[in-house]
Design a protein around this ligand. Structure first.
Ligand SMILES: [Zn+2]
Length: 272
């Protein structure tokens, strides 16, 4: 297995995943060990990975029966995205969920005894719930977009108010996140609880903001997921740059005009 993601011997699905992890690092949204990503593989994509001889795996604390038999490309625990791009076979791997959803087996990657991200249960819960409203969803991604995190330090932690502030910052934000954002208060990360609460939010919106921490985002592709993060980050940055003075944001009537022009039906709790 060649570790160079540009060669033809590497499954083609790996390239976009490595690229997006590199971008997240470069933009400062996945510093140090931050950031993790999981990608649900199709059967054809799975077949492109040479099965390794590693018989590693683990049992879940709570099973995922709805994901039985599914396979995921997942980033490794404690792997800096800065290094992932250099050694994807070490810092990513493919797992397959058992027939009863109670355990997983590593079928490729995670060289050097690496393991899937410690946030794996939160990711799998996210995949399980998001698939109920978006059957084509493939990606769950976590990162620390700086301005989004900063916004949660100064903005009221109200889902509708925060969504409106983001929509009102840039005309295209409502197009990128027509269902608004999910918002969770500060919580201890890496716990089952934040995974359960986030998965519930992903039934309503494609992105969940964790106050004073980061985001969990879902998408049909890594580009879709990244696009949502970029749009929300831009809106958050614009909000923060214009905070304090006399602000002239996009009005509610203008938001309704945008929604009508692009066939968007904003949830009434965000835009009455
Ligand atoms: Zn984090």
């Amino acid at each position: 297995m060649n570790a160079d993601p540009t060669t033809a011997t590497v499954p083609s699905v790996l390239g976009p995943v490595v690229d997006v992890c590199a971008d997240l690092y470069r933009w400062g949204w996945a510093e140090n060990h931050a950031g993790n990503l999981s990608y649900r593989l199709t059967d054809a994509e799975l077949a492109a990975f040479p099965v390794s001889d590693q018989a590693r795996g683990a049992t879940f604390e709570s099973p995922f029966p709805e994901l039985a038999g599914a396979s995921f490309l997942v980033t490794a625990a404690g792997s800096p995205f800065r290094l992932l791009v250099k050694e994807p076979t070490r810092h990513t791997g493919v797992i397959t969920i058992s027939a009863d959803g109670s355990a997983y087996t590593v079928v490729w990657g995670f060289d050097g005894d690496k393991r899937p991200t410690s946030e794996l249960p939160a990711h799998l819960r996210g995949h399980q719930e998001r698939a109920k409203v978006e059957p084509d969803n493939r990606v769950i991604m976590h990162c620390h977009p700086t301005n989004v995190v900063a916004l949660t330090h100064v903005h009221p932690l109200d889902e509708a108010e925060l969504t409106r502030s983001l929509w009102a910052s840039n005309s295209e934000t409502i197009l990128a996140i027509p269902r608004g954002v999910g918002l969770l208060p500060w919580m201890v990360c890496g716990t089952d609880l934040i995974g359960i609460e986030s998965a519930a939010k992903l039934r309503e919106a494609s992105i969940v903001i964790w106050a004073c921490h980061g985001v969990l985002v879902a998408g049909r592709s890594v580009q879709d997921a990244m696009g949502v993060v970029e749009s929300v980050e831009k809106a958050a940055k614009t909000y923060l740059l214009t905070r304090g003075g006399d602000r002239r944001s996009i009005t509610d009537d203008q938001l309704r005009e945008l929604a009508a022009a692009f066939g968007i039906e904003p949830p009434a709790r965000f835009l009455p």
